[in-house]
Design a protein. Structure first.
Length: 130
């Protein structure tokens, strides 16, 4: 996938180009002179979400730019999925809270109240025991 396709996917997720800050730095690790003299590592920051991505695995800056955007898309999609799941959980929780208890539960509750009332009636009044 090229940069244009990835930028389109980012736009579909609601990411504007001005929300991204892209910086190029020297990569770390193996690569010898090439790594030390070329700024091939890419740091991509998404300002609204605070997500920061660093891609430096490839020797090519273009490949690192693509990798950084792919990682950012994956993170943003993951955040969107988590948010949707949390909203669904909240809807389900409200639905369960507001539903009427099953008939068996209501009958048991009434039976327990009757039994408790009978226990209290059998105790008698406080003055009777004096």
């Amino acid at each position: 996938m090229g940069l244009k396709e990835l930028d389109q996917r980012l736009a579909d997720l609601g990411v504007r180009p001005e929300d991204l800050v892209e910086r190029f730095t020297h990569a770390r690790g193996p690569g010898g002179q090439h790594v030390n003299k070329a700024s091939t590592a890419v740091q991509l920051s998404h300002i609204p979400s605070g997500i920061e991505i660093r891609a430096e695995d490839e020797r090519s800056q273009l490949r690192n730019r693509i990798a950084a955007r792919e990682l950012l898309i994956a993170r943003l999609e993951g955040l969107a999925a988590e948010k949707a799941a949390a909203e669904q959980d909240e809807r389900e929780r409200k639905r369960r809270r507001s539903r009427r208890p099953p008939a068996g539960v209501r009958r048991k509750r009434v039976a327990d109240k009757r039994q408790r009332g009978e226990v209290k009636r059998r105790r008698g009044s406080v003055r009777e025991g004096e």
